[in-house]
Design a protein around this ligand. Structure first.
Ligand SMILES: CC(C)(COP(=O)(O)OP(=O)(O)OC[C@H]1O[C@@H](n2cnc3c(N)ncnc32)[C@H](O)[C@@H]1OP(=O)(O)O)[C@@H](O)C(=O)NCCC(=O)NCCS
Length: 180
């Protein structure tokens, strides 16, 4: 990627990205004397143009290894982003959000502050996530809801045996118990 600088651990950051800036919180913006915590960037991370990542207040905002952050994405203060994640252009990750490993966040999606997202989750383009998401789910829409139950079961080889009657299964109750 041209116009980038390197960090230890082969991570590359575009010059226009702003990393470790003052947390976006009213109290903090008003008080010039407050200090904040630097961001942790893992290994082999790519950060594209105009990305903003706020410094932490209680914990250091962290970007996991092998994570890709595309142009204009924002990561709020104290957020912890796992390894191997992909944050697409324009997405907004609120403060204190925790993303597991290998989470894919779609274009312009928004994750409300404080939400916890499991491993291997896919969040659709334009989604607004208002509730925690268990491992392996795909969610989309406003507010974001789980989609693709049928194809998930099919891909796991469960469509025709273990789970039984898909139409009457209580997925929201049974999934975390079975697969997490
Ligand atoms: C959510 C997503 C992961 C689902 O992909 P998928 O598993 O292939 O699902 P499908 O395309 O088969 O869609 C399944 C259903 O969800 C709906 N859907 C898919 N994406 C949606 C979205 N972003 N918002 C609302 N509904 C969505 C589809 O319309 C479809 O509904 P239907 O069953 O009523 O027809 C994908 O659509 C998406 O949004 N990916 C993000 C893409 C992106 O931003 N990439 C970054 C590029 S740099």
């Amino acid at each position: 990627m041209p116009n980038t600088y390197s960090l230890p651990g082969s991570s590359r950051v575009h010059y226009s990205a702003i990393i470790g800036r003052r947390p976006e919180l009213r109290d903090w913006l008003r008080d010039e004397n407050k200090s904040w915590l630097p961001v942790i960037i893992g290994e082999n991370v790519v950060i594209q143009p105009y990305v903003t990542i706020d410094g932490g207040i209680n914990v250091r905002t962290r970007i996991g290894d092998n994570t890709l952050i595309l142009a204009k994405a924002h990561v709020g203060h104290d957020a912890v982003i796992g390894d191997g994640c992909e944050l697409a252009t324009g997405c907004v990750i609120g403060g204190h959000v925790v993303l597991g490993d290998r989470v894919k966040v779609g274009l312009n999606a928004v994750i409300r502050p404080g939400i916890v997202v499991g491993d291997d989750v896919r969040i659709g383009a334009g989604a607004v996530v208002t509730k925690d998401i268990p491992n392996g789910w795909t969610v989309a829409g406003v507010p974001a809801k789980q989609i693709n139950v049928e194809s998930f079961l099919y891909n796991k080889g469960l469509r025709d045996n273990a789970v039984g009657n898909v139409e009457t299964c209580e997925f929201e109750v049974t999934w975390p118990g079975i697969f997490s």
